[in-house]
Design a protein around this ligand. Structure first.
Ligand code: XMP
Length: 535
């Protein structure tokens, strides 16, 4: 519900823990996260097999797992060596829950060690693409070829399978790369089935989920809609709810879903801070008012923001002003509505996971506090997306009939164009130039069919001028920087290799169509060392 799509740092108070939100799902598999970089991806891949998954931290005990009544358990990879002093341990009772268990990488090593196999540090690690040779398929590797590529990332290696287990496969550096005991219903693979570099990975997961765990494979993000509608009705009853719309996919989908459930008991508030992209505010208003007939209070606060931002150049101060002003306006509007008890938020599953046990990262920018609402607002939260990953929210949005542009919108920061005018104060004139440049960029990127491939593509307006010559005249024009990145999660990003012809077309349109623009440059910094935004 914050102003961004990278949004959603959930508010504190009376919330469910990561797993509990899904407690009533009929069939689910629990993924225990031992700290591997791919744990969320495992949870997503399981869902792609049509089985709901819940990610729990590795220290969740067997009781917490059992409370969810899962039909299977997956132990994820992890960065640790099973012999490291502070390595997360395996609670042996997890292997006695009466449900099938699959260990992946570190998870398999934990199982092998616990049950009497040999796990040792190998001379050489095995990182990246590897060739897997299958000696016996068993149930786990059914319907996969004898020779197959796979992705490995480990130094410790299983040298012998535990007694009673069959060693199914090996690779050049892993004498035992897959194990199974069908009698005990415990399985392990050294390789990572969840990454695209393991072409039969999804088949192996399916074997585990459908054949071994007996899942019916019928879960889909869409199937959540009806269930959520029921839940929302049960929670809200005859009460009134409010939702701050940002135009981003999360708050939009949450709002439409809640409107489906409780109709006009929901009021949306959309604050147009004047820092949106071209036509964006109009699109949000049209979609919600005209198409979905959601009661909408649209506040045009451009002037108010421009006044507050006048003379401010420090990025953190800008963020603070923009965030505070948003809260003030939202509170004013909420106070105008009688008896609102519920606040709808587009919190996603990744926010829930991250707030439930992150290791604490340094604050590079204060954006997790920006655009969000303070914790002391006295509303009960309605968070219909808190069990879903971003791509699943998009699927729900599409199913609910949200326009394609909203469903597939790239992330856009809460402070909007305000933090893309760098090195100088934010003015209406600069905003208009930046908006036009951004519109050309988006238009060309969409026409080239690249919009969905890019995590973000946008323009930055540094507060400098550059000399040029147009016709016979010397010009001293504004500079526009193009920023386009690919990324999976915004934590790291690579600068996008846009085709030269496309860049030329973009640059020449910007200079020809926007009079104040005299020069266009391209940002070729990845993250790290840069960040995605310039400030
Ligand atoms: P950086 O620039 O830190 O951005 O690499 C990572 C992601 O966060 C977005 N971002 C923000 N989102 N308020 C927001 O809501 C902010 O102040 C803010 N700053 C950056 C950025 O667009 C990218 O998706």
């Amino acid at each position: 519900m914050s102003l961004t799509e990278a949004e959603g740092a959930p508010l504190a108070g009376g919330r469910l823990t990561a797993g509990e939100g899904a407690a009533q799902i009929a069939q689910q598999v629990v993924v225990l996260d031992y700290g591997g970089q791919y744990s969320q991806l495992i949870a997503r891949r399981v869902r792609e097999c049509g089985v709901f998954s819940t990610l729990l931290p590795h220290h969740a005990g067997p009781e917490q797992v059992q409370r969810l009544h899962p039909i299977g358990l997956i132990l994820s990879g992890g960065p640790a060596s099973v012999y490291a002093e502070d390595a997360p341990a395996l609670d042996p009772r997890l292997l006695e829950l009466g449900i099938p268990v699959l260990g992946i990488c570190y998870g398999m090593q934990l199982i092998a060690r616990e049950l009497g196999g040999t796990v040792e540090a190998a001379e050489v690690g095995e990182y990246g693409r590897s060739q897997l040779t299958v000696h016996e398929r068993g149930r786990l590797l059914a319907d996969t070829p004898t020779e197959q590529a796979c992705w490995m990332s480990h130094r410790d290696t299983v040298f012998s399978a535990p007694p009673g287990f069959t060693a199914l496969a090996s690779s050049s550096a892993s004498p035992v790369a897959a194990i199974e005991s069908d009698a005990r219903r415990i399985y392990g693979i050294q390789f990572h089935p969840e990454v695209v570099h393991t072409p039969y990975g999804q088949q192996v997961l399916r074997n585990f989920l459908i054949d071994i765990c007996g899942a019916d494979g019928s879960w889909s993000a869409r199937s959540v809609i009806e269930e959520q509608i029921e839940r929302i009705r049960a929670q809200v009853g005859g009460g009134r709810a409010i939702c701050a719309l940002s135009g981003g996919v999360d708050s939009s989908v949450a709002a439409v879903l809640v409107h489906r459930a409780i109709g006009d008991q929901l009021t949306c508030v959309f604050v147009d801070h004047g820092l949106m992209r071209k036509n964006e505010a109009e699109q949000v208003i049209a979609a919600f008012k005209d198409r979905f007939h959601v009661p909408l209070v649209a506040v045009n606060a451009e002037q108010r923001y421009l006044e507050k931002l006048a003379g401010v150049t420090d990025p953190e101060q800008k963020r603070k002003i923009i965030g505070n002003e948003f809260i003030r306006i939202f509170e004013e509007e909420a106070a105008r509505l009688d008896g609102v008890k519920f606040l709808v938020q587009g919190t996603l599953y990744s926010d829930v996971i991250e707030s439930g046990g992150g290791t604490g990262t340094a604050t590079i920018k204060s954006h997790h506090n920006v655009g969000g609402l303070p914790e002391d607002l006295e509303f009960e939260l309605v968070e219909p997306l808190r069990t879903l990953f971003k791509d699943e929210v998009r699927a729900v949005g599409a199913e609910l009939g949200l326009p394609e542009r909203m469903v597939w919108r790239q992330p856009f920061p809460g402070p909007g164009l305000g933090i893309r005018i760098v090195g100088g104060e934010v003015t209406k004139e600069k905003l208009d130039v930046l908006r036009e440049a951004d519109a050309i960029l988006q238009d060309e990127i969409r026409k080239a069919g690249l919009y969905r491939d890019l995590w973000q593509s946008f323009c930055v307006l540094p507060d400098i001028r550059a000399v040029g010559v147009q016709g016979d005249e010397r010009t001293y024009g504004r500079v526009i920087a193009i920023r386009a990145v690919t990324s999976d999660d915004a934590m790291t990003a690579d600068w996008a290799r846009l085709p030269y012809d496309l860049l030329e077309q973009i640059a020449s349109r910007m200079i020809n169509e926007i009079r104040p623009v005299g020069r266009v440059v391209l940002d070729i910094t990845s993250k790290p060392p840069g960040t995605i935004e310039w400030e």
